[in-house]
Ligand binder design. Sequence first.
Ligand SMILES: O=P(O)(O)OC[C@H]1O[C@](O)(CO)[C@@H](O)[C@@H]1O
Length: 550
Amino acid sequence: MTDPVDTKAWKALTAHHAAVSSTTLRDLFSADDTRFDTFQLKAAGLFLDYSKNHITSETVDLLLQLAEESNVKRHFERMFTGDIVNPTEGRPSLHTALRNRGPEPVMVEGRDVMPDVKAVLERLRVFSERVREGSWTGFTGKAITDVVNIGIGGSDLGPLMAVEALAPFAHERLTLHFVSNVDGSHLHSTLKKINPETTLFIVASKTFSTQETLTNAHSARRWFLDSAAGEEDVTKHFVALSTNADAVSAFGIDTQNMFGFWDWVGGRYSLWSAIGLPVILSIGMDRFEQFLQGAYDMDNHARTAPLSENMPVMLALLTVWYNNFWQAHSHLIAPYDQYLHRFPAYLQQLTMESNGKSVHVDGSPVQSATGPVVWGEPGTNGQHAYFQLLHQGTHMIPADFIMAIESLNPMGIHQDLLMANCFAQSEALMMGKNKEELATEMRAAGASDEEIERLSGHRTFAGNRPSNTLLVQQVTPHALGALIALYEHKVFVEAAIWDINPFDQWGVELGKQLAKSIHAQIDKAQTVTSHDASTNGLINRALKFKNVLA
Ligand SMILES: O=P(O)(O)OC[C@H]1O[C@](O)(CO)[C@@H](O)[C@@H]1O
């Protein structure tokens, strides 16, 4: 594979950037009043305005040429058809099969996986209906009222985000809780709120070997057994979501209470699999199928739309444009919908665990920046926290504004205010306020010329800061499915352009290894000398704080 920096398009984009970088977004808009119509896309119920970006038609053509030269379409086909797109683990990556609502088979090693996918969905339907209607009862015969999902990373962030995002559709009797952190306070504060007689624990772990999850699950089990009549009651209160049946049995969960998935489902792409059980319990299987349908509609768009009309491709190209040509390595996600408050955190794992890589697929070092830092909070809260830096700081931080037009809880003027704020922010970031505009405004308020001069540096806004705005009618299960799949494919296209593997995560292993050995040393409670001076010093100081070291 050619390194992206050696492609013709990359070289042309470098020259193009030098030629256009001093043209402002204001200039672009005053020169062309059709920008909004030109730079917009529709897909699977979502509307994207990408006109507030540092692009001209020439920029878009060059970016599309980069996508062509990077064989983006071929990469999509390889993923959708079960090729080994994760070579360091020797696996396909087939989250798209989990939401395949069409008749087409999806082959892995010569076998159609769709019957297995459908069989698990059917089991999830039967189980979730029993819990939801109250016929699945706890050890004292009472219906389940609380569900605690114990998992971390992809086994937590996805279901947590989706349960929150779809809260208006939640089952009335069931309260969902999520425990991820190995900090005992997380489990403790959850256990305080629940009754063992009416609680269902879901132990969610693809590998069933993750230290945090197993530690939390063992503690939850001990807490449960303190109240239960005996081990046999565990069956009514613990289920597992995993690919590892042996480890599930070894933990003490009957594999009849296990909902499986497969090693071709990446952790951060697993929300569509049995890992979605908390979402199914909350919103019901019919709505979960609408969620799958939303993602499937976006899959079809990604797979079939021409590059120039392809929403995930365009979003990915814009990220490459800023990240690699404008040296803007941070990306804000600003959902203007309170229920999407965990969406930025979810996207952090999706994008940063996928594209936080420094080597190409063949192991050679990359020559350009890869995945940006992704972060965000729901609007309007972010405006009163870090938007100052976006407007007047020294960094250019491209932003994605996500606006749900209709509230699921209409209340007076709230939704219109929310929308006004969303549109105002992207306008302010782009247009800024120059000295002349400020002077007119201050003069009208009675300010003297001297005062205007003194404050103009502080009160003017350079503007020229780019953003995308995504509109969605309402955050329904279908819309959420489409939105998540949009970002999954965006991340995939970026990886295809950078020629990196978005489906492995070796970078999390070293810390896990070291934590194991340090835990053993903390347990031994003897002076430690085997690490660097700082780490030794911290461990020994901590042992002193614990009063276990002389
Ligand atoms: O589902 P598991 O196997 O417990 O893994 C949890 C998470 O840990 C990671 O492997 C990172 O450590 C993620 O990729 C994954 O989502």
